[in-house]
Write a protein that binds this ligand. Structure first.
Ligand SMILES: [Zn+2]
Length: 198
């Protein structure tokens, strides 16, 4: 499917909870105590600090930024995978580090290359529980999708697509392993393989 790989070797949604997936999946408490839906614009994959992350497909570096809520972040523009004719941009946030050769906008990236290590930068820095260490991972149709504050559902998803567009279902209850060096089908499609599946 699309020839993409997963961003990590072991891929599982943070704490296995749907509110760390894409959509109006979180709740916000108003002053009067009412709970209203709040947006999350990507998938949070559980990742101890220092976990290597990979380019999911061939592309080029579109943006590298440091600071703000996303902390150290890189956006990669994919060469040939599109969504309804739109370019797809892949964003990795809260990183510890980005590999030197990918710190330059325009640098070519090949699928499976290590682009950096996960961390706790930006608004992830104060998460006290190690179970919350994560890679915030977004698919976008523009490099600088507006961050929003998650509260305004009509604007929170501008320039974004669910990672489910490429990966179908978020891995909530079990890890999806992707050791993938060679280009091949996504791990979830392996459930259709009847033998030789290791
Ligand atoms: Zn997140």
């Amino acid at each position: 499917m699309y020839g993409v790989r997963w961003p990590l070797v072991e891929n599982q949604i943070r704490r296995g909870l749907r509110n760390h997936t894409y959509g109006a999946v979180r709740m916000k408490k108003l002053d009067d105590g009412t709970l209203v839906p709040r947006a999350h614009q990507g998938w949070d994959f559980y990742a101890p600090v220092g976990t290597v992350c990979f380019a999911i497909a061939d592309g080029k570096v579109a943006s590298v930024k440091y600071g703000g809520d996303y902390g150290t972040q890189i956006v990669i523009e994919l060469d040939s995978i599109k969504c309804l004719g739109h370019k797809i941009y892949v964003m990795y946030a809260h990183l510890n580090s980005i590999r030197d050769r990918f710190k330059k906008v325009g640098a070519a990236v090949r699928r499976g290359e290590i682009i950096g290590e996960t961390g706790k930068t930006g608004n992830a820095r104060n998460l006290p529980n190690p179970a919350d260490c994560h890679l915030h991972f977004e698919l976008r149709t523009m490099v600088d999708a507006p961050q929003g504050d998650g509260k305004n559902l009509s604007t929170s998803f501008i320039g974004r697509i669910s990672p489910g567009f490429l990966y179908t279902e978020p891995p909530l209850t079990s890890k999806v392993f992707d050791f993938c060096a060679p280009i091949g089908p996504l791990s979830p499609t392996r459930k259709n393989v009847t033998n030789g599946d290791n």
